[in-house]
Design a protein around this ligand. Structure first.
Ligand code: DQA
Length: 147
């Protein structure tokens, strides 16, 4: 079965109890379920990977690049200087969407640039966990526009 890679970076494993006024109350499990619900119309599965360290995320991309049809990537703070994550994504051939729960543009200056964004097919910011659903829909469109 085809699968979407749901890749979440540092501090995203504690969603639900992490600064809920910024990131909302949905947990990562809630987000996994929401993405699964979206992509099941295509018969796709969700392969969810969350790590707090950059190297693990890079390894996950290497490991799963051949078996996934696309990815939703929330790099967390690695958006700022995650150069090895950026290089791993450069080698990831399927389409992928960058997702941020919060509106990074409305926050501190250091969150205003993402080193991975120039490589993404698209970016969803500021819509909370709903952004992952939107990203999943965009991915279905990009991966198989006529299906
Ligand atoms: C985030 C935004 C990042 O700036 C922050 O470091 C995160 C979460 C978001 O989803 O809004 O960890 O990626």
């Amino acid at each position: 079965m085809s699968a979407v890679l749901l890749l979440n970076g540092p501090n995203l494993g504690i969603l639900g109890r992490r600064e809920p006024e910024i990131y909302g109350t949905d947990t990562l499990a809630d987000i996994e379920a929401a993405v699964a619900e979206e992509v099941k119309v295509r018969g796709w599965d969700v392969l969810s990977v969350q790590h707090d360290s950059e190297g693990e995320l890079v390894s996950a991309l290497h490991r799963h690049s051949d078996m996934t049809v696309g990815a939703l990537v929330n790099p967390g703070a690695l958006m700022i200087a995650g150069w090895s994550l950026r290089d791993a994504l450069a080698s990831y051939a399927p389409p992928w969407i960058e997702v941020h729960l919060s509106n990074v543009w409305a926050r501190e200056q250091f969150r205003h640039e993402s080193v991975i964004a120039p490589l993404a097919s698209g970016v969803v910011v500021g819509l909370g966990s709903y952004g992952y659903r939107l990203g999943a829909r965009a991915l279905m469109h990009l991966a198989a526009p006529d299906a």
